[in-house]
Write a protein of this length. Structure first.
Length: 199
């Protein structure tokens, strides 16, 4: 078994990567989360882009553990807000990871924005670092911001994001439907050849 560190404590992200690997027929990778390795200093996310933040997290993980490390940085870009919240998505309302507050603030900021200008996209940059080998990929999931939240699946901005071509929010999709279309699913699929090369 080849070990792969996923620079996250989010069990849903690990499960998502496992489903993508299984779907691609990649076996032999043992996924470890940050909870499975000794704690180390994680650099703050100060990059201007998702790619910079993902690469910094993956480099930190590899440097601290010597285990090939994959990390992602993802968020929501909203057309009417000039691409914000972007890299600030997780802490848009001020407290990191307060999904409810982030959603309420974003909906309030878009209260007067007409449907035609509510375009948005989820963006995920995934980085894999194994020594000198570094791979960075980007996945984009286009859609629009709903007027009210709906659905209880997923996390983050899923309840207020309506994917292009869908009438349901991302929080109303099954895990399989979401994997097939989501920004992280798309980025992870692009990363599969590099992950396969670890074996």
């Amino acid at each position: 078994m080849t070990r792969l560190l996923v620079a996250s404590r989010n069990a849903k992200k690990l499960a998502e990567l496992r489903r993508v690997l299984d779907g691609a027929g990649v076996s032999g990778l043992q996924l470890l989360s940050l909870a499975d390795v000794p704690p180390y200093d994680e650099a703050p996310e100060t990059g201007a882009t998702f790619e910079e933040n993902a690469l910094a997290k993956a480099r930190d993980g590899f440097a601290a553990t010597g285990i090939a490390c994959v990390a992602d940085d993802s968020g929501l870009t909203v057309d009417a807000l000039n691409g914000m919240p972007g890299v600030l998505s997780a802490r848009w309302a001020g407290t990191h990871g307060d999904d409810g507050a982030n959603n309420r603030l974003l909906l309030a900021q878009l209260a007067d924005v007409p449907a035609a200008r509510r375009g948005a996209a989820f963006v995920s940059a995934c980085a894999l670092v194994d020594g000198a080998d570094e791979t960075v990929v980007r996945g984009v999931w286009a859609g629009a911001i709903a007027r009210v939240p709906s659905g209880v699946g997923g996390f983050g901005y899923d309840p207020i994001f309506i994917p292009e071509g869908s009438s349901r929010s991302a929080a109303e999709l099954s895990p399989a439907e979401k994997d097939a279309a989501s920004h992280r699913g798309r980025a992870l699929a692009l990363l599969v050849p590099a992950l396969r090369a670890l074996l």
